[in-house]
Ligand binder design. Structure first.
Ligand code: HMG
Ligand code: MG
Length: 296
């Protein structure tokens, strides 16, 4: 099994979407460019969602227009419906992402529709993307628990993941949206999904609310996952998951992977500089343990 792990950097999207203070487009562009400058292969640059629902992502077209696209880095954006897809295509997105959930209540709160209605919105996106040569990633939220329903049946996670994969998503990102998972549960969930969707097409997207994300990722790496979603300085949180903190910090993931003899192609020292810079821009404490330990 390969020792290389692909890091999907979430900072400019999942990381910023919940920030209450307005962040100007220039700062977002600088963040994306600094992140790609660290060698990150995948920097989620924004979301073409309703600005009434998530005001912070309103400037995503400006971000896509202003970034300097680096060879070797992809800049996916979220697209909940065809309106978002059309705008993402116009902005030159090479990858878009649809996002569903394994929990009905979360689907309603996050996207104002049921899980089934969500699939009806995704179908034309996948059809259009095929014609346009755009890749589609699929997110599944609440794979280890829901802020409204509590426990979520693994069978539902498997069903939603398989359906997204069968529709044509090239990769399914399994989201522990509120960070409640523990390693045994994360491993069992991943194993179940991998019985229906190839492991090579799965990613782990763990928020660190309960401090379990690294342990959960370690268990999933042992199972064979090789794509990890994370956010510089651990920025972020979902606006429709009260109390949920950011994604696991990218620096902490890379430090762990390097210790395990695994490679990412990302320059950790440079990334820590980006983490210090964005934390100071946002007036936040550094959210990565590794960066904190190496900052005076
Ligand atoms: P709705 O209100 O049901 O949509 O929202 P609608 O079709 O009835 O339209 C209402 C208004 O929104 C209209 O404007 C539309 O034009 C506009 P009006 O006529 O009232 O002026 N609209 C849009 N504007 C811009 N871009 C669009 C768009 N679509 C409609 N694409 C909708 C439904 C899905 C749009 C809304 O609920 C929404 O935008 N939700 C997004 C929520 C979101 O972004 N959540 C965070 C990302 S998901 C996440 O963080 C989880 C993840 O990280 C994984 C994990 O951690 O689990 C991925
Ligand atoms: Mg998330």
């Amino acid at each position: 099994m390969t020792n290389h792990v692909t890091i999907a950097e979430m900072g400019p999207r999942d990381g910023l979407q919940n920030e209450k203070r307005p962040i100007n487009v220039a700062t977002k562009i600088a963040l994306v460019d600094r992140l790609s400058g660290c060698g990150l292969p995948f920097v989620e640059a924004g979301a073409f969602v309703s600005p009434k629902w998530v005001p912070q992502m309103a400037g995503s077209a400006g971000v896509m227009a202003g970034i300097t696209r680096r060879e070797g880095t992809k800049y996916p954006v979220l697209t909940p419906n065809m309106k978002g897809y059309d705008a993402a295509k116009e902005a030159g997105a090479e990858i878009v992402a649809v996002f569903g959930a394994a929990s009905e209540s979360f689907s309603q709160k996050n996207t104002n529709c049921s899980i089934a209605e969500g699939f009806e919105r995704f179908a034309p996106i996948l059809e259009a993307a095929k014609v346009d040569g755009i890749q589609v990633r699929g997110y599944v939220s609440c794979v280890l628990g829901c802020p409204y329903e509590g426990d979520v049946p693994v069978a539902k996670v498997v069903e939603v993941s398989k359906r997204l994969y069968d529709m044509g998503c090239y990769e399914i990102s399994l989201g522990d949206t509120i960070g409640v998972g523990t390693p045994g549960k994360a491993r069992a969930m991943l194993r179940s999904v991998a019985s229906e969707v190839p492991m090579a097409a799965l990613a782990c997207h763990f928020h660190d609310t309960y401090g379990q994300a690294l342990a959960n990722l370690f268990a999933c790496l042992e199972e064979g996952v090789r794509v990890i979603d994370s956010s510089v300085s651990g920025l972020g949180g979902c606006p429709y998951a009260n109390g949920a903190t950011g994604n696991v910090a990218t620096e902490d993931v890379i430090y762990m992977l390097e210790g395990l003899g695994m490679t990412t192609g990302v320059d950790l020292a440079k990334l820590m500089d980006v983490s210090r810079w964005i934390s100071s821009e946002l007036g936040r404490e550094i959210g990565a343990r590794v960066t904190k330990a190496r900052t005076n």
